[in-house]
Design a protein around this ligand. Sequence first.
Ligand SMILES: *Cc1c(COP(=O)(O)O)cnc(C)c1O
Length: 374
Amino acid sequence: MLPYGRQSIDRSDVEAVIATLGSDWLTTGPRVAQFEKDIEAVAGAPATTVTNGTTALHAAYAAAGVGPGDEVVVTPMTFVATASSASLFGATVVFADVEDETANLDPAAVEAVVTDRTRAIAAVDYAGHPAEYDALRKIAEPLEAVLIGDAAHAIGSTYHGRPVGTLADLTTFSFFPTKNLTTAEGGAVASTSPELLERARTFKNIGMVRDPARLRRPDEGGWWYEVHGYGLNYRLPDVLCALGSSQLSRLAQFKAKRQYLTARYDELLADVPGLRLPIQREGVDPMRHLYPVRILDGRRREVYDRLRAAGIGVQVNYIPVYWHPVYEDLGYRRGMCPVAERFYAEELSLPLFVDLTDDDQDRVVEELRTILIG
Ligand SMILES: *Cc1c(COP(=O)(O)O)cnc(C)c1O
């Protein structure tokens, strides 16, 4: 089966991991700090690494201080973790609809649901296309709500020249193998606010504080540390950070290849009926994580089944988050975000990854064309 996404691992990646295995450090050593610097160089803001994109969101919501009584406005067109990691803190998730063009959180829909209890607003850069953070910031600021960007799809993207990592208050990344670069499991939180970043960093390190300036009793001795708030161990090990730095050194190549394949899909599919192709807004230079087409005329299920039967591993991104029973059981109902639901009903992600060959891409196009033209 041709996958919809997969990693690209080369000899230098393998060597970076092997070298680390023979070094003094397996867990928190020099490669963690190096990878965090390398992420900052791309994201435009300092970062702390974590074990995956889900724990990155958990740490971001911890840093934002969300809890019972708070509302968190979230896009429904995302992987469930964008919402569920806020729900775990006891916050109430409020879903706001998305824009039809990009499937990104719609600022007008956010404006309609915010209240004085809104503590955070979380957008996703769907498929790698940055969300409308400037408009979202205008809504968040007067409420003193924290703006969170789930950039699991978007490391390497820029918006009017500004890198993802500088657009929201807190930005999260995932380094799962299907994403834009991989550390097997891995993720990061970046922030333009030193205070928010420090809170995320402390949370992912069990809440342990060692900085003398922050200690309540700094004179106890060299061994002393304090825990001022609950945390978890979400540390990404040196072995995986070595892989991350090696992967990041090829990010520009990855981006160029993803943009090449996207342009090729755009051209090859331009005249196929029953299909709507993804768009790109003015001023956006996206890392193309997905190639999400829309299958019109109620044929998505049929096209999915027939492509799968032909060995083409298409995917649906995403099931609207509040359709999951965990939210349904809390009283969230279908119909709440109609634009997201229509998008879901039509969406199909075609194979897109760095090592996809032109021949394989041609085969995807031919199969799809045959199904749609009949
Ligand atoms: C992949 C993904 C996550 C979760 O990342 P993991 O590393 O798989 O935990 C969160 N949000 C979005 C939008 C994602 O695509």
